[in-house]
Design a protein around this ligand. Structure first.
Ligand SMILES: [Zn+2]
Length: 510
């Protein structure tokens, strides 16, 4: 039996693995058999590969073709294996020289006319190939720019199977074709704005800087129009820029979601703001054929903003518990489990009541008392336990605007500088622990002998606890924030002002 071999990449979630694609030509009745745990889309490869080869002006072997994808136990999703299957088949019948195909990975779906269709997730696929030591990869033309973002691997974009065969050494004449373009959603990078645009709300700006410095999740309560969205959308701009690994991960998640990645890696942390009608699948990921990441995974290394958080379905809010605990999302399907990173900073926003006027002096709240009480309760429990900073964002009044200085309070660039400095202090302090940011440190550690604050410093907090003004969890949250305030001040450990400041930052806390 003559056998042709090449390499493809199986993607599951963000994890990619090399797959050896073998095509053997047997002497039985002509036919085609695909083995090695293909899913339904992949099982249809026969038709695409046969038509693709014939319509490229090449011959499909009149033999029994057996294609084996190994390792067999690895789940294989989607149509991205077509190109490798076609190449292995053409190697087996002698059209393509053996050696050139072996050294190269092939990723792409075949159109019936022999052109190569772009696929989603080219970036994580090529990244996986590079990490596994593959030196050269052939990708669809439309995916070439995105694939080229991966360092350490040679990328060749090809418009058609015939062109791939020629580059691998087949002796054929080139037939120019129009490459198939990718259908991607453009990135909605509206101008994220600067903190210097925010008028009033200085306490909220301070809270945002503290949140960024310590990686603390935030809960904002305020009337519609108080500026909660404006504040939240400026949080990515004061976070440290992404390093290369994080930038590749963020871009990979976009690639899998079918969102435009572009030809430059962005170092700005992502901002995802799913609508309150979002399903659990839109939030944490899903999909019937290929498992795609949801908003929480796309927000990893950045910010997940839930505006009108109590309006979300309880099941959707609950689905965030696992990622908040572990920093990872696992999406289970009958055939496979896909994992995505989900180390996002959560910002929840809510109106004080369903009508939004409960806190207002000049507008009347018409909500029935029970409805008002139950509204914010929907968020209570495990979700809010992870939120260190809870603040009220009041609507700025005209009178306040008149008395306030017109000078901006702070710019995003200045705030980011303070955040980066504070984070590096925290990073140094926790260098021999599993944590990097104060928000990750358990209360028991902060209360342990090594980090316990002197009695005189923790006094206001201790008294609040004794009086029942805060719970034990609230005590720990305040401690975490106090450490971040000390880091922002460049102090070795929190003093009385930092504990006081941390207590003030939770004025909105019930
Ligand atoms: Zn109301």
């Amino acid at each position: 039996m003559t056998v042709g071999r090449t390499t493809a990449v199986a993607l599951l979630g963000l994890d990619g693995a090399l797959v050896e694609v073998e095509a053997g030509l047997g002497t039985q009745t002509p036919g085609f058999k695909l083995i090695g745990l293909p899913d339904s889309a992949l099982r249809e490869a026969e038709h695409r590969v046969r038509a693709g080869i014939l319509n490229s002006g090449l011959e499909f072997p009149i033999r029994h073709v057996t294609v084996n994808l190994s390792p067999a136990e690895l789940p294989k999703q989607g149509a991205g294996f077509d190109l490798a299957i076609a190449v292995a088949t053409l190697v087996a019948d002698g059209t393509i020289p053996v050696e050139s195909a072996r050294r190269t990975a092939h990723i792409g779906e075949l159109a019936l006319d022999g052109r190569i269709r772009p696929i989603r997730g080219i970036l994580p696929a090529v990244l996986a190939a590079a990490r596994a030591g593959v030196e050269q990869v052939v990708v669809p033309s439309a995916n070439e720019a995105e694939a080229s973002l991966v360092p350490g691997i040679r990328v060749m974009g090809a418009p058609s199977l015939r062109e791939v065969a020629i580059r691998l050494g087949a002796e054929l004449d080139s037939v120019p074709v129009e490459p198939i373009e990718a259908t991607v959603m453009p990135v909605v990078e509206s101008d994220p704005g600067d903190l210097s645009d925010v008028v009033g709300n200085r306490d909220a700006i301070d809270a945002l800087v503290v949140a960024a410095a310590g990686g603390h999740h935030v809960f904002m309560v305020g009337a519609p129009g108080a500026g909660k969205t404006m504040l939240a959308s400026r949080l990515p701009g004061i976070l440290p820029p992404l390093d290369e690994a994080a930038a590749l991960e963020v871009a990979s998640m976009r690639s899998l979601s079918g969102v435009e990645v572009g030809s430059d890696l962005t170092t700005r942390p992502p901002f995802e703001a799913p609508h309150h009608h979002a399903t659990a699948s839109a939030m944490i990921g899903g999909g019937s054929r290929v498992i795609r990441p949801g908003a929480a995974a796309r927000a990893s290394s950045g910010v997940l903003f839930l505006d009108e958080a109590p309006e979300f379905q309880t099941s959707v809010l609950d689905s965030l518990r696992q990622p908040l605990e572990s920093g990872r999302i696992s999406v289970e399907r009958a055939s496979a489990v896909a994992h995505f990173p989900a180390r996002f900073q959560l910002v929840l926003a809510a109106n004080p009541c369903p009508c939004g006027n409960a806190d207002s002096r000049d507008q009347r709240c018409d909500c029935p008392p029970m409805k008002r009480v139950n509204y914010l309760k929907k968020l209570s429990g495990p979700l809010l336990d992870r939120v260190d900073i809870r603040l009220r964002v009041p609507r700025v009044t005209a009178a306040q605007l008149r008395t306030q200085s017109t000078m901006p309070y702070t710019s995003s660039a200045d705030a980011r500088q303070r955040v980066v400095a504070a984070r590096s202090i925290a990073h140094h302090r926790w260098r021999e622990t599993p944590w990097q940011r104060n928000s990750q440190v358990p209360g028991s550690v902060l209360r342990s002998e090594r980090y316990r604050l002197p009695h005189a410093v923790s006094d206001p907090l201790d008294r609040a606890l004794e009086k029942g003004l805060i719970s034990m969890r609230g005590y720990d949250r305040t401690l975490r924030v106090a450490w971040t305030l000390a880091d922002l001040d460049g102090q070795d450990s929190p003093g009385l002002t930092h504990v006081g400041g941390a207590l003030r930052l939770r004025r909105g806390d019930a």
